[in-house]
Design a protein around this ligand. Structure first.
Ligand code: FE2
Length: 195
């Protein structure tokens, strides 16, 4: 091989191979079996349930960010900060739920279009809403997540999937309950100066 050809071949190896396309390695909805001592049936049911909680948790996280950006009124500063704190905590839940779906052999829902199709949380308007309406929307979304997470946690425990049960109870349910408390106290009509 000539020297020039040699240089060309070396450069070729250094060139990034971009714009690659191929088929998926695992279709959405298919569950592969990992050696974690759980039956495929139990893992499949947990994956299905967790994908629903995941879609709703991503939507709830996004609803918090919307309200964080679009907050208005005398309580702007505290709500702006509170909504962002809750969004960060929901992001941690999103990651934990998605990774559990993968370790159960499933495929986690991920992209906004797919999340929008799946979520049970009603779509808010694009425009800004007043603080009490923002809070009402968030409380309703939390209740949807809490209701499904409690039912799913029970089913996971019945099937012996203690890991999914623990994630739903210790992380999802307890975090959502705490956030509901912090939100709900903002819409109690308590006097500010004189009782
Ligand atoms: Fe921000």
């Amino acid at each position: 091989m000539s020297k020039a050809k040699n240089v060309g071949a070396t450069l070729d190896r250094a060139r990034p191979i971009d714009h690659q396309k191929s088929h998926e390695i695992q279709a959405f909805g298919h569950v592969t079996h990992l050696p974690i001592a759980l039956s495929e049936n139990v893992a499949r049911k947990s994956v299905e349930n967790l994908n629903q909680v995941l879609a709703d948790t991503i939507t709830l996280r996004d609803l918090y960010k919307k309200h964080h950006w679009q907050a208005a009124g005398p309580t702007f500063y505290q709500l702006h900060l509170l909504f962002d704190k809750h969004a960060d905590e929901q992001t941690e839940l999103v990651d934990a739920i998605a990774e559990r779906i993968q370790l159960l052999g499933g495929v986690s829902i991920a992209m906004a279009h797919d999340v929008a199709e799946r979520t049970l949380i009603p779509r808010p308007p694009k425009g800004r809403e007043a603080a009490p309406i923002q809070i009402s929307r968030l409380l309703h979304a939390h209740e949807i997540v809490l209701k499904e997470a409690r039912a799913m946690a029970g089913r996971a425990a019945e099937g012996g999937d203690d890991g999914t049960n623990a994630l739903l109870v210790s992380d999802v349910i307890r975090r959502n309950e705490l956030q509901v408390w912090f939100l709900a106290e903002h819409v109690v009509d308590a006097p500010v100066v004189r009782a």
